[in-house]
Design a protein around this ligand. Structure first.
Ligand SMILES: *Cc1c(COP(=O)(O)O)cnc(C)c1O
Length: 238
């Protein structure tokens, strides 16, 4: 069973690597400039262990407490074996859960308001660790979806950069449903450039999922968040 699952994930990973290589070749970037984050939400901790054994260094989760439970389930032995495994929190985050998430998240991609920056800073300080934060930008033309308006990116970036336990990594977005991902990601690149002009080390652009990684790479993505193409279709969320 485990052997079969391992083979399935290995084959899917190889196919995703080919897509990334082709997109990089077209965009004139190099594979080493891109971090592949495999989004393991809804999949078991055993898949995280298989991914690590296949050389994956970054996994992503979108909900607490599922993420924290999985982190614990992966266990100390695996953590010692794959010390470079990084945990990314990519989903919407409530202020009152920020403290819990800082226990295991190395990178939080969904920082879209200053109140949340302050809550993450308190959690990171209490845990005595450093957390990298990406400013999530809402690119949808419908109001009410997650992410900060592009015009707030710099003030949120400033709050992160000024927090003692936080590192400003860059920006993140999810392409809006039913809109052209290329124009959304091109807009994100513009926001990323404005942030980087002020904070040169904040060079990350987290964009691109299973359905739109090519458009993201074309717009300069440095972090791809891929779930289904590696792990398979998820059962419908309850
Ligand atoms: C689930 C999720 C992904 C991965 O999506 P796939 O379509 O499975 O590749 C990426 N980013 C976020 C924020 C997600 O919630």
């Amino acid at each position: 069973m485990t052997g079969e699952r391992r083979d399935e994930i290995a084959a899917n990973l190889a196919a995703v690597e080919q897509r990334i290589a082709a997109a990089c070749a077209e965009a004139g970037c190099s594979r080493d400039e891109i971090t592949l984050i495999v989004v393991t939400k809804t999949y078991p901790a055993s898949d995280v262990v298989l991914l690590a054994s296949l050389g994956v260094t970054d996994v992503g989760e979108n909900r607490h407490p599922e993420a924290g439970d999985k982190y614990d389930e992966v266990g100390q032995e695996s953590k010692l074996r794959w010390p470079k495994l990084r945990w990314h929190f990519v989903g919407g985050l409530q202020t009152n859960k920020a403290n819990a998430v800082t226990r295991y998240a190395d990178v939080i991609h969904s920082v879209d308001r200053i109140k949340l920056v302050n809550a993450i800073e308190r959690g990171a300080a209490a845990a005595g660790r450093e957390v990298t934060c990406f400013v999530q930008i809402g690119l949808s033309h419908d109001a009410g979806r997650s992410g900060a308006p592009a015009g707030e990116a710099l003030s949120i970036a400033e709050a992160i950069a000024g927090s003692q336990h936080l590192v400003l990594g860059g920006v993140m977005a999810v392409a809006p449903l039913g809109e052209d991902p290329q124009s959304a990601f091109d807009e994100l690149r513009g926001v990323a450039e404005a942030v980087r002009a002020k904070y040169p080390q904040a060079s990350a652009i987290s964009a691109g999922m299973s359905g739109d990684l090519e458009e993201a790479v074309r717009a300069g993505a440095t972090h791809l968040r891929i779930g289904r193409s590696v792990l398979g279709e998820r059962p419908a969320l309850g």
